[in-house]
Design a protein around this ligand. Structure first.
Ligand code: SF4
Ligand code: SF4
Length: 92
């Protein structure tokens, strides 16, 4: 089955008390670029989802969908540097 990568806008859940981190801060300090995933390399191991402290990556193994919420991502590159398949990169 083909693996799908989704790049979602908006927030899509999370803690109400984290409003500043999710909504306000990204507009003040907007990082340049977005995380992109190479679906030919990714094996949906889940490491990026587990390591992301901003909960910006969600993986549905059953449906084989890898999703990123760019508005939550602060481009710390933790996921990029730890992906065992080197499937993640930053696109400008
Ligand atoms: S860590 Fe890499 S291989 Fe694993 S799910 Fe994330 S993108 Fe895919
Ligand atoms: S760069 Fe950092 S914040 Fe963005 S998805 Fe990866 S681990 Fe999460």
């Amino acid at each position: 089955m083909i693996l799908k990568a989704r790049y979602r806008g908006g927030h899509g859940g999370g803690l109400p008390l984290d409003l500043i981190g999710h909504f306000i801060a990204p507009y003040l300090i907007r990082p340049k670029g977005e995380i992109s995933m190479d679906s030919h390399r990714c094996n949906l191991c889940g490491k990026c989802q587990m390591l992301c402290r901003r909960h910006a990556i969600y993986i549905n193994r059953k449906r084989r969908i890898w999703t990123i919420y760019p508005n939550r991502c602060d481009l710390c590159l933790n996921c990029v540097s730890h992906c065992p398949k080197k499937a993640l990169d930053v696109s400008k």
